[in-house]
Design a protein around this ligand. Structure first.
Ligand code: AMP
Ligand code: ZN
Length: 111
């Protein structure tokens, strides 16, 4: 997708700190962290929002959740973490390429 920051990060046009990458998704450090550890899991496929997901997209989302569980300790999230998807305007979504925020590394404020 043209002009999509995350698509550009995926192909290396915009630099990032990639902590994990496979054929379906990557995990990078958020450039503007709101927690001691703030990462973003980004599917390779460009879907703007959840309702635009295909069955294949849903498979990848499931895989991401599973993999986050596997990787958590190695990412410094052994005490727990919070996952967030900002969907649409009311949630303040700023990058319109579906992604999952991963936050932790400290005691997070109650929601
Ligand atoms: P959202 O508001 O849910 O759309 O989240 C977009 C996130 O992407 C924000 O937390 C931004 O800080 C983050 N972000 C934007 N540009 C970059 C970038 N070049 N590298 C890493 N994270 C970014
Ligand atoms: Zn994209």
């Amino acid at each position: 997708m043209e002009d999509c920051i995350f698509c550009k990060i995926r192909v290396g046009e915009i630099p990032s700190t990639k902590l994990y990458e496979d054929e379906d998704f990557m995990i990078i450090k958020d450039i503007n962290p709101v927690a001691k550890i703030h990462l973003i899991a980004i599917p390779n496929e460009h879907y703007a929002t959840l309702e635009m997901q295909t069955e294949e997209g849903a498979r990848v989302l499931g895989k991401i959740l599973n993999k986050i569980g596997d990787l958590a300790d190695g990412l410094g999230l052994e005490n727990g973490y919070r996952l967030v998807i900002n969907q649409g305007e009311d949630a303040g979504q700023t990058v319109h390429h579906l992604h999952i925020h991963i936050m932790g590394g400290e005691k997070l404020k109650n929601m």
